[in-house]
Design a binder for this molecule. Sequence first.
Ligand SMILES: [Fe+2]
Ligand SMILES: [Fe+2]
Length: 161
Amino acid sequence: MPAIKDKITLEKLLQRMYWIEAEMEQLGTWEARIEMMDDNIAALEMLSHDSDRHGDILKKWLTKGGITVPETAPSGLPKHIFDFEGMSSNEMFEKIMKYEILAKNAYTDVKNTNQDVIKELFPDEDDQIKFLQDMGQLIKDEEKHANICKDRVGGFAKIML
Ligand SMILES: [Fe+2]
Ligand SMILES: [Fe+2]
């Protein structure tokens, strides 16, 4: 059974995910504010860079589908999702991991949208195929991101604070 059955739900989820990707792109700005080991910094940079790329992919599909690209936080989402003030890097990656898993689940739902809804949003057949391919790639990326975070949660040796 498809996870998403109507156009409004799909549109809202794509807008929410665009916002979350934009927030995750900002992760890089925390590098200087939390003292971390080099490999944690590299991980944060990668998550930030990939989120930037993901945001661009979502923006492309929002635009193609005639959906407003949000400029403020969609309802139900805080203005800023990430505030790591006073956290250890473990706690930080634990929080990020929750959002990586959320993203993976969201893109899995999007990929499982009712075919008729996808056709309604993207009438061009080529677009329908590419949209689903992009969602497949996002799912893989988010799975990788969640694992990167998982590797950094729970260990004691990596905390420098
Ligand atoms: Fe992402
Ligand atoms: Fe991610």
